[in-house]
Design a protein around this ligand. Structure first.
Ligand SMILES: Nc1ncnc2c1ncn2[C@@H]1O[C@H](COP(=O)(O)OP(=O)(O)OP(=O)(O)O)[C@@H](O)[C@H]1O
Ligand SMILES: [Mg+2]
Length: 95
């Protein structure tokens, strides 16, 4: 059974991304975790992948949502921690 944990609050700069990254990593020590970066700033992507967010251009959570198929866009952080990345084009998403 999968459990979804969301880190979201309107206030800026209050450690949502930092907490999401740390909790994802800690949970991945005992569980399989798929972290989903849903912020067009791509800060969780930078934090977990330790690289530029544009390295994943065209292979992000935006494409996963547009195609309603996440599997091709999942990136591996570790064996048990995977990530759907984001960049600023996520702001163009329309359902
Ligand atoms: N416990 C902490 N102690 C000190 N600094 C922290 C702590 N947690 C987060 N920070 C720092 O606070 C800043 C904001 O954190 P973070 O980016 O996680 O916030 P956020 O809520 O995701 O921001 P945003 O609204 O821009 O998405 C960052 O520079 C981060 O390194
Ligand atoms: Mg953030």
């Amino acid at each position: 059974m999968a459990i979804t944990v969301t880190f979201s609050i309107q206030k800026g700069g209050c450690a949502k991304t930092t907490t999401a990254g740390i909790v994802s990593y800690i949970l991945s020590q005992q569980h399989r975790v798929l972290a989903c970066d849903l912020d067009s700033q791509g800060n969780l992507t930078e934090l977990l992948m330790q690289t530029d967010i544009y390295d994943f251009h065209g292979r992000t959570i935006l494409e996963a949502m547009q195609e309603r198929n996440a599997a091709p866009y999942i990136h591996k952080v570790t064996d048990t921690l995977h990530l759907l990345t984001a960049d600023d084009l996520l702001a163009t998403f329309s359902s």
